[in-house]
Design a protein around this ligand. Structure first.
Ligand code: HEA
Ligand code: HEM
Ligand code: CU
Length: 711
């Protein structure tokens, strides 16, 4: 033992003991039973229908970027739900506990959660929502869309892609394990020195937090390397930088942020682990350590991280708005410059998270001004979107509603962020729920963009559209929930309510807290609408088959290939002639052109190694959390052996002969409706956009030799 543990430890099980399972907890014990029963039912169902082989071959061992993307999205949605349940618990706890004389339940002093339990809930909620819900959702969408937007067959490193997913999944399983074995950290999602030191947090909660963060940081970094390499190296002929679709641009900038900033987090958390496991004193004052070192290192990652998650969301908005305004994106070049300006400045503002720690007026002023600077490029984006819509032919589809909702939240969240960036104001509202309201507006802006994108790109992936009416019902219910939950939070903030209160003692806050509970109920309705949307859409899928250009007004390259996308993406790698290639072909009357010549396609093979390494990283994280040294060592060695084995083995891939490609392409073509009718009624073709005009017939889908018309 390197440190003196405050509790029992044995060589076989480390700190693990039966007493660590909270079977007397009135919330967790029934939940555990539910999880076990649902798990068993799923296993039974898969066995009954004989689907294990299918699951293993088609999903668990896949390296196909679209399937990995779908699994990322499912993972993200499950965790979004888990995070929502945490939010629901915090909201109901605060409403029940408000006031000086609130009655206790279940042994708690106020409300139904003890202060210790409440601390775990908000810490897990914050970490899960940002890193295990929003991030996988975004990474999933990037995975699906980027190769299609740049005309690639897959990501640059398909195996690495699978590894990233399974390591992220390991992080998810680890944090979920903390519900049922031991407990979770109560130091907030960002951690505090010295409260997370062993002396003040003697349980395993902080260790769960450390290894979950390490795993997700690793998974996300692997993904970012892959995205950058893909965008730089895998673009189809003619896909110049000046033609790159905006979502790909913003994803590139976001992944550069991730690749450069996640190491800061890993160092911060690594040093925390050293303090807890090795007895070092990086963050303990009095032994040569420095508390502020942790705060600086964490936010040096933490602030760029928020732009890592919002920049792809900006990209999604930039794809949806032009499609449903029937106009090209306004100010393409300024949009790209603004994206990279935001990414660059995001490195210079981290200190605004701790103005109140007293750095003095000069330092605070620098960081205050730098923070405000971000408003300029963000404003450029907002105005570009507005000008894109200006005099456009707007159609308020469900996807468009979500994008516009995101825009609205960006304004409210962004302008309150501007207020926070003024130190004089920050001193008054720091650590109040005003801050919580600011960042939920921002983070929900991302969630809105994600829902918009899921609806927008769904037909590309699955070949049919989601139900519009239920999509809109969900949008309006969700928006009512957002308004009811988060607008009162701004007011509470001004009334002096601090964040993270398990017991809001001031009765004046009660009306606002009750309104928020109402909002939670409306959120629940919106989740139901989401489920109904999925059910109705799947049931009626035959009536809503999508054409290659599913919306009839889409612009970028992913809308060129068949819906649903075949596993090889493009039967013939397209020659890109213009920015907004699909819109250009439509305007040139070339939409109906098909390939006359096919080549053999080389594709990577599936591999089970990625999921095995993912499983091993979970075992490693769990063993380290519980200080089971022998298991840590064995799992680490196994990971290394697997990596060496995979590197030595390599992947020769497999080849699909040209005739087979042709056959599949013709089949995909036949299965699709030719083109969706223009959305304007009366059968009148919209403006200059003719869908089927002229040039149909044999030609080359890759239009080799077509003149280069645009920059
Ligand atoms: C996606 C996430 C996201 C995003 C994009 C932002 C964006 C911004 N944030 Fe926010 N922020 C968070 C997530 C995010 N934040 C989180 C999670 C925390 C708290 C963490 C914690 O403590 O737990 C936080 C905390 C936080 C603080 C610390 C508060 C405190 O603890 O005391 C500050 C202070 O400056 C701040 C400022 C800003 C600013 C100025 C922006 C700007 O980027 C906003 C820019 C946008 C606009 C301004 C709107 C559009 C612009 C125009 C229409 C043009 C016209 C306007 C002007 C020129 C002003 N944020
Ligand atoms: C959908 C409904 C949501 C509800 C009801 C909700 C509710 C809450 C509540 C009540 C808190 C604690 C506030 C306090 O400190 O007093 C909180 C904190 C937080 N939430 Fe949410 N939230 C929601 C969605 C999200 C989303 C989508 C994200 C991120 C993508 C997110 C990220 C966070 C973070 C980072 C914290 C701070 C945790 C901490 O203090 O350590 N939330 N949320
Ligand atoms: Cu910040």
């Amino acid at each position: 033992m390197l440190v003196n543990l405050p509790g029992p430890w044995n060589p076989w099980l480390g700190r693990l003991a039966l007493s660590e399972i909270p079977y007397t907890n009135p919330i967790l014990a029934p939940l555990f039973v539910v999880v076990v029963v649902v798990g068993l039912l799923m296993v039974a169902g898969i066995t009954y229908y004989g689907k294990w082989g299918y699951l293993w071959k088609e999903w668990l061992t896949t390296v196909d970027h679209k399937k990995l993307g779908i699994m990322y999205i499912i993972l993200g949605l499950v965790m979004l739900f888990r995070g929502f349940i945490d939010g629901l618990m915090m909201r109901t706890q605060q409403a029940m506990a408000v006031g000086p004389h609130a009655s206790g339940m279940m042994g708690a002093i106020h409300g139904y959660l003890t202060p210790f339990h409440f601390g775990q809930v908000y810490s897990a909620h914050g970490l899960i929502m940002i890193l295990l819900a929003a991030t996988p959702l975004l990474v999933g969408i990037m995975n699906i869309v980027i190769p299609l937007q740049i005309g690639a067959r897959d990501m640059a490193y398909p195996y690495l892609n699978a590894l990233g997913l399974w390591i992220t999944a390991a992080a998810v399983v680890l944090i979920m394990a903390s519900l049922f074995v031991g407990d979770f950290a109560h130091n907030g999602w960002f951690g505090y020195a010295p409260i997370f030191e062993l002396a003040y947090s003697p349980g395993v909660g902080v260790d769960y937090w450390i290894w979950t963060l390490q795993l997700v940081a690793l998974g996300t970094t692997l993904g970012s390397i892959n995205f950058i390499a893909t965008i730089v190296k895998m673009r189809a002929p003619g896909m110049k930088w000046s033609r790159l679709p905006m979502f790909t641009w913003t994803s590139l900038s976001a992944n550069i942020i991730a690749l450069t900033s996640f190491p800061c987090l890993q160092v911060a958390i690594g040093l925390t682990a050293a303090d807890r496991y090795l007895g070092t004193h990086f963050f303990t004052a009095g032994f040569g350590g420095n508390l502020m070192l942790y705060t600086n290192l964490f936010w040096l990652w933490g602030h760029p991280e928020v732009y890592f998650v919002i920049l792809p969301a900006f990209g999604m908005i930039s794809e949806i708005i032009p499609t449903f305004s029937e106009k090209p994106l306004f100010g393409y070049v300024t949009m790209v410059l603004a994206t990279f300006a935001i990414a660059g400045v995001s490195w210079l503002v981290w200190l605004h998270h701790f103005f109140t720690m007293g750095m003095g007026p000069y330092v605070s002023t620098e960081f205050s001004v730098a923070t405000m600077l971000v408003g300029i490029p963000t404003g450029v984006k907002v105005f570009n979107w507005a000008f894109t819509m200006y005099r456009g032919r707007l159609t308020y589809t469900a996807a468009m509603c979500w994008a516009l909702g995101a825009l609205f939240l960006l304004l409210v969240g962004g302008l309150t962020g501007m207020m926070l960036s003024i130190p004089a104001i920050n001193y008054m509202v720091h650590n109040s729920v005003f801050v919580v309201a600011h960042f939920h507006m921002m983070l929900l802006c991302i969630v809105y963009a994600i829902f918009g994108s899921v609806i927008y790109w769904f037909p590309k992936v699955f070949g049919y559209k989601l139900n519009e009416a239920w999509g809109k019902a969900m949008f309006w219910l969700f928006s009512a929930g957002t308004a009811l939950v988060f607008i009162p939070m701004f007011m509470e903030g001004f009334m002096g309510m601090t964040r993270r209160l398990d017991w809001p003692f001031d009765p004046h806050w009660a009306p606002y807290l009750n309104i928020q509970v109402l909002g939670i109920l409306v959120y629940v309705l919106s989740i139901l609408a989401f489920v109904v949307m999925l059910y109705v859409s799947i049931r009626d899928r035959a009536q809503h088959r999508a054409a290659a250009d599913a919306w009839g007004t889409s612009r970028s390259l992913e809308w060129l290939t068949a819906s649903p996308v075949p596993f090889y993406n493009f039967a013939v790698v397209p020659q890109v002639n213009a920015r907004d290639e699909v819109a250009w072909r439509r305007e040139q009357g070339l939409s109906a052109q098909r390939a006359s010549h096919y080549d053999a396609i080389h594709m990577p093979n599936n591999t089970g190694i990625a999921i095995i390494i993912g499983g091993l990283t979970f075992v490693l994280g769990f063993a380290l959390t519980w200080r089971i040294w022998w298991l840590s060592l064995i799992s680490l060695l196994a990971i290394i052996v697997m990596m060496i084995y995979r590197s030595a083995k390599g992947d020769p891939g497999h080849v699909i002969p040209a005739e087979e490609v042709e056959c599949m392409d013709r089949e995909a073509e036949r299965a699709m409706p030719r083109a969706d009718l223009p959305r304007h009624s009366g059968g009148v073709l919209g403006g200059a956009i003719a869908y089927d005009s002229g040039a149909a017939g044999e030609g080359s889908a890759n239009l080799r030799g077509a003149p280069d018309h645009r920059p």
